[in-house]
Write a protein that binds this ligand. Structure first.
Ligand SMILES: *Cc1c(COP(=O)(O)O)cnc(C)c1O
Length: 232
């Protein structure tokens, strides 16, 4: 099978899984955005995705995002989903639709300063280390609420919600408490902060566990390996 046919079949299978999960959760399909994580493929394959109706693309490394953004001429919305070093903010911010991976207040403040300089509004999600694994990036739930004032002081940044990576688990059901906790943290933060921060988004769920994430309220799912199976 050629690459386009394989990708189409994979996308159709993922779409069926999303539709079934939305139906089970009583949610409209339009409430969930599939972000295609392109880190395992090159720009040529990533460039095929918009033709398949996949216009939200995610990358975990800033330099790779820059290269692919330059190589793909179709209109896509880039999502930065991995660690962003502060010295890469200047070049990354103008290219991206949403940064999912704000893992420190210093990074958030750098982004806000750069957004002011460029006279644009940065859209971000705060990454939370819900599972409290010591070697994992993200703010701890305690840090999130302890420094809430820093969110109120932002001038050019819109906090659109929260993101998490669940611990790797043999059974997707084991991720449910992590996803449920992220939703509770978001609900609480939304009550405490309010506009202009929408806090509408929950970025959670990957290839193996997105059904559970949708059931727990995910609005953005980040899917890589299931989409590129047989391709990369
Ligand atoms: C790679 C990656 C994904 C996609 O994971 P798959 O299991 O390949 O679907 C999602 N989120 C982040 C932050 C990633 O780095």
């Amino acid at each position: 099978m050629d690459v386009l046919a394989t990708l189409t079949a994979n996308r159709n299978r993922i779409e069926e899984r999303i539709a079934a999960a939305c139906a089970r959760a009583g949610r409209p399909r339009s409430s969930v955005t599939l972000v295609a994580v392109t880190k395992s493929v090159g720009a040529e394959i990533a460039a095929l995705l918009p033709e398949l109706g996949l216009a939200d693309l995610g990358e975990s490394r800033p330099q790779v995002l820059w290269t692919k953004a330059a190589a793909i001429s179709a209109v896509v919305r880039w999502h930065m989903i991995g660690h962003l070093q502060r010295n890469k903010v200047e070049r990354t911010l103008p290219l991206v639709h949403l940064i999912h991976s704000i893992d420190s207040w210093r990074l958030l403040e750098s982004i806000d300063a750069e957004a002011q300089r460029l006279a644009l509004t940065a859209s971000v999600l705060l990454e939370v280390n819900v599972s409290r694994e010591p070697n994992k990036s993200g703010l701890s739930p305690d840090e999130l609420f302890r420094s809430i004032q820093r969110i109120r002081e932002l001038r050019a940044t819109q906090v659109g919600g929260l993101m998490t990576m669940a611990a790797i688990a043999p059974d997707p059901e084991l991720c449910r408490p992590t996803f449920a906790e992220l939703r509770q943290l978001r609900d609480r933060l939304k009550t405490e902060i309010g506009p202009p921060h929408s806090l509408e988004h929950l970025s959670m769920g990957m290839s193996d566990d997105f059904e559970v994430a949708i059931d727990e309220g995910a609005t953005l799912i980040r899917v890589g390996s299931a989409l590129f199976e047989g391709v990369s």
